[in-house]
Design a protein around this ligand. Structure first.
Ligand code: SF4
Length: 363
């Protein structure tokens, strides 16, 4: 039993110096109305998915053939121009998402083009891992820097249920092995724990991540979109999960890598690596949120819980300089802080508000 109790999860870690908000921002470096710069872009390359995870894309609400036709999706040329525009206004970190991004054809070709864009220092991708075994090497050779794989359970029956009966944990584990062989290090594993659903997976997942040299992140179950039937009582607060892990493997708090990092990081005292907790419900982090999201059909969302997104295509049609200007203006007008308002119960009950579906913007 560890003798040290950990500081409360919402104890504000010592922030890195202000300059670490990407000091070399180019001239167009907008700040939003809460003085937050634009540093991260999450870009969805496809809204289709081969899974039907109940907290994102429940099978009873999203038909099997769901998905934009290719004409409605941004083309590779448009995606490249969009990312150049965001790099122009301060984006340094680009994360490719979906739906399931590995369903997008010729993805390595797109990754090679995005990896070559000036200003993009960090190119990452989030996947459900089921198609990774066949694609890991090509993604790596194309220039992808980092991988995050969603793994909500190791028990095959629980994993299957949490993928809407479409996924097999064996495929994901083979994918992780292939990614490690292809040279991806420090692969992150994202896990959403729901009370009464997969709580018992918490310690086995931590053991698996420690053994594999992966960095596990527990993400609180969120009221994203409008179709996951979210209920507050199904949320397992990060502090509870952290204390459960700490009781088994003593933890030490770590400082954030950069200002605005969403996970609260800890290292295992015994050298077993790192683990993180993303507490959007219990410890919201809107104050440092410098993240924009673009859906596969080219809409800009300035918050994961935004109701509407701005169509980027008309801005793109004005040319690259005008496009960057429009992005700067859109960001300058941003004042989102949904999770903080939810926590302060100043947001209407989750059901009452339209929100973009997570599978359109990739969480
Ligand atoms: S709720 Fe919106 S503003 Fe707050 S951290 Fe999430 S995406 Fe950012």
């Amino acid at each position: 039993m560890p003798n040290a109790t950990l500081p409360p999860l919402n104890a504000v870690p010592s922030p890195p110096p202000a300059s670490s908000f990407a000091p070399d921002l180019p001239a167009l470096s907008p700040r939003d109305r809460l003085d937050r710069p634009l540093r991260d872009l999450r870009l969805s390359v496809i809204d289709a998915c081969n899974f039907r995870c109940p907290y994102c894309m429940p099978a009873d609400r999203v038909p099997d053939d769901h998905g934009l036709d290719s004409a409605s999706r941004l083309s590779f040329d448009q995606i490249e121009r969009v990312v150049r525009g965001f790099a122009r206004v301060g984006v340094r970190k680009l994360r490719l998402t979906g739906g399931e991004p590995l369903l997008r054809k010729r993805l390595p070709e797109l990754i090679a083009r995005l990896a070559a864009i000036d200003g993009i220092e960090d190119l990452a991708l989030t996947t459900n891992g089921s198609l990774l075994a066949a694609q890991a090497r090509a993604l790596r050779e194309a220039g992808l820097h980092r991988l995050t794989v969603s793994v909500d359970a190791l028990t095959p029956s629980v994993f299957s249920a949490l993928s809407g009966g479409r996924g097999r944990i064996e495929d994901v584990l083979r994918g992780l092995d292939a990614a490690t062989e292809a040279g991806f290090a420090g692969i992150k594993l994202n896990c959403v724990i729901q009370r009464g659903v997969n709580e018992d997976e918490c310690l086995p997942l931590a053991e698996f991540a420690r053994a594999g040299g992966h960095t596990l992140r527990f993400i609180e179950y969120m009221d994203v979109g409008t179709c996951n039937g979210w209920r507050a009582e199904r949320v397992v607060p990060s502090a509870e999960l952290r204390d459960r892990i700490h009781a088994r493997w003593p933890l030490q708090p770590l400082d954030p890598n950069y200002r605005g990092e969403v996970a609260r990081r800890y290292r295992f005292e015994d050298g077993g690596g790192e683990i993180g907790f993303v507490g959007s419900i219990s410890t919201p982090f809107c104050g440092d949120c410098h993240r924009a999201r673009v859906s596969a059909d080219g809409r800009l969302y300035t918050c994961l819980f935004a109701a509407e997104g701005a169509d980027l295509r008309p801005w793109l049609a004005q040319g690259d300089e005008a496009f960057a200007q429009s992005l700067a203006e859109a960001w300058g007008a941003r004042a989102d802080r949904y999770s903080e308002l939810r926590a302060a119960a100043r947001e209407p009950s989750p059901g009452a508000r339209k929100r973009v579906e997570m599978f359109l913007v990739g969480g």
